[in-house]
Design a binder for this molecule. Structure first.
Ligand SMILES: [Zn+2]
Length: 281
């Protein structure tokens, strides 16, 4: 958990549905030039990791959990678009890219994580950015060519889902959720580490690039998408405020993830307004 304010890691152990090897790498993912070794139990929780090694473990874990959420939500295994014919080439995670921002490339089979924001900080430390780009790769695996052929409205839905997935994931990790709520029932309605996308990479020191609490005006696909994300976020707040306990909420977030993510498996032409209604008809 990257603390944007103090610019340091709060290390928390995460369980992922995989036994990655040195790298880390598994059958879905590999960190390019990653050379991080697990401990004698096969866990990547050693205390002598360098900052670069923590970055690699973090990016891998977030990408792997992103795949896991999608597989649970849509009820099938993710197969990368380049692996249609019985090969298993991995999606590469390129940390410290020299290019600005972050990008998924189907042709190159990688996610490139460059720099952004004040001090040109590397975005591989951002949970949100890694989950966002991994979701682009997953959506294109589910519907090949969707992003190349769709309208501004269709791309808005894709961008919104890419921002919504890290919100759903962090709500299901207790440490992130406790940090967002301050351990009380309130506080999701004010700026917090889950409502802000890419905390620490916006204009101010701890600002996000986007905020689910303050959707953008404008007709470009990011702005249109941010309004859909804002609506979804407010709905999640409602679920939380009606939940009996955090464990109850956590289960409901998974069920809600299915409602949010499954429609994309059925649709070719999509818009933020029609996204849910068409699926329900
Ligand atoms: Zn995007």
């Amino acid at each position: 958990m990257w603390n944007a304010e103090n610019r340091e890691w709060d290390l928390i152990p995460l369980t992922i549905p995989s036994r990655p090897r040195k790298g880390p790498r598994d059958r879905y993912l590999e960190v390019v030039d990653g050379n991080v070794s697990p401990d004698s139990n096969g866990d990547f929780i050693r205390e002598d990791y360098t900052d670069e090694e923590i970055d690699a473990v973090h990016a891998f874990a977030v990408a792997r959990l992103t795949i896991d959420l999608w597989e649970k939500a849509v009820g099938k295994k993710i197969v990368w678009p380049w692996n249609r014919f019985f090969n298993f080439e991995k999606l590469e995670l390129r940390l410290y890219s020299k290019s600005k921002g972050a990008r998924y490339s189907r042709d190159s089979q990688w996610i490139s994580l460059g720099f952004w924001g004040p001090g040109e900080r590397f975005v591989c430390k951002s949970f949100d950015v890694v989950a966002h780009e991994t979701t682009h790769a997953i959506i294109e695996s589910i519907i090949p060519d969707l992003e190349r052929t769709n309208s501004t409205e269709g791309r808005a839905v894709v961008e919104s889902l890419c921002d919504t997935v890290p919100i759903l994931m962090q709500m299901r990790i207790k440490e992130f959720f406790d940090a967002a709520t301050g351990g009380t029932k309130k506080n999701l309605r004010v700026r917090n580490n889950i409502s802000e996308f890419g905390e620490g990479y916006g204009s101010g020191n701890v600002d996000g690039v986007r905020s689910a609490l303050h959707p953008k005006q404008g007709d470009d696909h990011y702005s249109l998408g941010s309004r859909m994300t804002g609506t979804i976020y407010m709905h999640l707040i409602g679920i939380w405020e009606r939940s009996a306990s955090y464990e109850d909420f956590r289960k409901q977030v998974l069920e809600f993830s299915k409602t949010i993510l499954r429609p994309i498996t059925f649709l070719k032409e999509i818009s933020p307004i029609r996204y849910f209604s068409e699926y329900n008809n």
